[in-house]
Design a binder for this molecule. Structure first.
Ligand code: NOJ
Length: 558
């Protein structure tokens, strides 16, 4: 197996609480995942990445880990991991774990020790500071004005009345930040990583790994939140890709990743400078295999404000970021991930297309066609392969568009009660969406229409086509096609060393568009589209009528 086998792999993200319950507690579990390995193989998946399943009080759905070496009983046991790894191996598949080491749970033994006294040997494992003073009521003031990332009205610092000091907790008070300046912390992280690699996992998705190095001066953040009116503000500039981050990652690479040839994807929000990104993902001397760049999924964020501020956007606003990163990686020998969904974001068909009953299927396939033809390592998020959409309108305003829960509803396996996620008499931890009755894996994998594929079958075909022509779709050069008609049509070429040049044309509008093919693009023939199973019957030059959310894949003549 080559050292870069993972580049053409298909990685599937499992949100474990919502995947498949087998023991009747309404919460997904490892035996449930094991029972679906064949399903995933059939889809074309090579690597499963499971969101955190370690011992945790679940203050942030497992992104608050209380023991790095123990599977939480709600999911199963460490032995279940051995079984899963073995079952995957039989099918030539692998497991990727989630590594959350910017912070731990406040119930982790390290923190329990750290908070116990100022003289604890673990005190320096977390970030403790004296108050900045006291307010007019005599209450202690936090060391600076940073806000929490998961609740921006609150301070990122949590007060401990016993020791009269604050600890840094960027996400929530239940998630104290580890102090990576302390060498023993780094050694403990390396040790935890080796534990699962020794069990045969292939690597890690690394949670907010670009936040591990804080500017040790801990300066105040610029006053931006809520138009400057808020009490606390995002301090990101003082801890995103901070002063020692590359040094820490190089150390992780030397100590753990290189010896194990581990595959890594670093979650790196808030970074869009190619020079900075390439230090991490350069194929020669980068620190990690690849990262998640958030420009596309953060397209509706408002700079300087918390995650629940909303900026309206057009297709062209995010397409330009897709183009930017496709070109940067090609020109500068970097490597990227391809993704538009995960457990922190709304569903892609609702966000980038139209999730109405009329257009949902076309939109989901359009996004599949785009992703399966972009260069990089592709990630499919649980449910994306059947076109799961956002929950029906429940909240007003921004939450309706941005709530993380949209992506966390239980999986629709079949038309039985609760979509087959759990037994019929069991109460699922989160309500299953009503449309599971018609929109589910069972219906979509068994569909046998002469005219068209189901969304699932479309994904399956797209992933298999991607692998068959990996030279173009995974590794090839991306070239933009000039588009005179405006932002709604995203068209590009993918150039493969063996399979030649491919043309992809994607109409992201809900209207018919007359798209004029640029004269320098020559199509030999269309080979696939998202309106029917067979080959689209469309002109290969001049003006092409594209129906709402229509996508085409063609072979280039030259
Ligand atoms: C990013 C994870 O994806 C998110 O779910 C979590 O809340 C934060 N990191 C904190 O771990």
């Amino acid at each position: 197996m080559s050292d870069t086998w993972w580049k053409a792999a298909v990685i599937y993200q499992i949100y474990p609480s919502s995947f498949k319950d087998t023991n009747g507690d309404g919460w997904g579990d490892l035996p449930g995942i094991i029972s679906k390995v064949d399903y995933l193989k059939n889809l074309g998946v090579d690597i499963l990445w499971i969101s955190p399943i370690y011992k945790s009080p679940q203050a942030d759905m497992g992104y608050d880990i209380a023991d790095y070496k123990l599977i939480d009983p709600i999911y199963g046991t460490n032995e279940d991991i051995d079984v899963l790894v073995a079952e995957l191996k039989k099918r030539d598949m692998k497991l990727m774990m989630d590594l959350v080491v910017n912070h731990t749970s406040n119930e982790h033994a390290w923190f329990v020790d750290s908070i116990s006294s100022k003289s604890s040997p673990k005190r320096s494992w977390y970030i403790w500071k004296d108050p900045a003073g006291s307010d007019s009521n005599g209450d202690p003031l936090p060391p600076n004005n940073w806000c929490q990332l998961l609740g921006d009205a609150n301070s990122a610092w949590t007060y401990d009345p016993e020791s009269k000091q604050f600890y840094l907790s960027l996400f929530t008070p239940e998630q104290p930040d580890l102090n990576w300046e302390t060498p023993e912390v780094r050694a403990a992280v390396h040790d935890a990583m080796r534990f699962w690699l020794d069990k045969g996992v292939c690597g890690y998705r690394m949670d907010v790994i670009n936040l591990i190095s804080k500017d040790q001066r801990f300066p105040d953040a610029p006053v931006t939140n809520d138009g400057g009116k808020a009490k606390y503000h995002p301090g990101s500039k003082w801890y995103t890709n901070g002063p020692r981050m590359h040094e820490f990652l190089r150390e992780v690479k030397r100590e753990v990743l290189a010896p194990y040839k581990a595959v890594t994807v670093g979650e790196m929000p808030g970074v869009s400078d190619p020079d900075e990104v390439l230090k991490t993902v350069h194929q020669g001397d980068g620190e990690l295999s690849m990262i998640f760049i958030f420009d596309v999924v953060d397209v509706d964020f408002v700079p300087g404000e918390g995650r629940l501020a909303l900026r309206p956007f057009k297709t062209g606003d995010w397409v330009k970021d897709v183009v930017k990163w496709q070109r940067v990686m090609w020109e500068r020998d970097g490597w990227n991930s391809v993704f538009i969904e995960n457990h922190d974001n709304p569903r892609s068909v609702s966000r980038y297309c139209d999730d109405s009953d009329e257009w949902r299927e076309k939109g989901a396939k359009l996004l599949a066609l785009m992703q399966t033809t972009l260069s990089g390592t592709i990630f499919v998020y649980q449910g994306e392969e059947i076109g799961v959409r956002n929950m029906p309108k429940y909240w007003d305003g921004v939450l309706d568009k941005k709530a993380r829960d949209h992506a966390r509803t239980p999986m629709h396996w079949d038309g039985s009660p609760h979509g087959g996620f759990c037994g019929k008499d069991v109460k699922p931890w989160m309500r299953v969406m009503d449309d599971y009755v018609t929109f589910n894996v069972d219906v979509q994998t068994n569909s046998n229409s002469d005219d068209d594929l189901s969304i699932w079958q479309y994904w399956q075909r797209g992933l298999s086509n991607r692998k068959a022509h990996a030279d173009a779709f995974v590794h090839g050069e991306f070239q933009s096609v000039d588009n005179a008609e405006g932002d709604d049509v995203f068209a590009y070429l993918k150039v493969g060393k063996e399979s030649g040049t491919w043309v992809i044309v994607l109409n992201f509008s809900g209207d018919e568009v007359q798209w004029r093919m640029p004269s320098n693009v020559k199509v030999q023939g269309w080979v696939a589209g998202n309106y029917l199973k067979g080959k689209p019957d469309k002109p290969t030059e001049g003006t092409i009528g594209l129906r709402p959310f229509e996508g085409l894949l063609g072979r280039s003549a030259a």
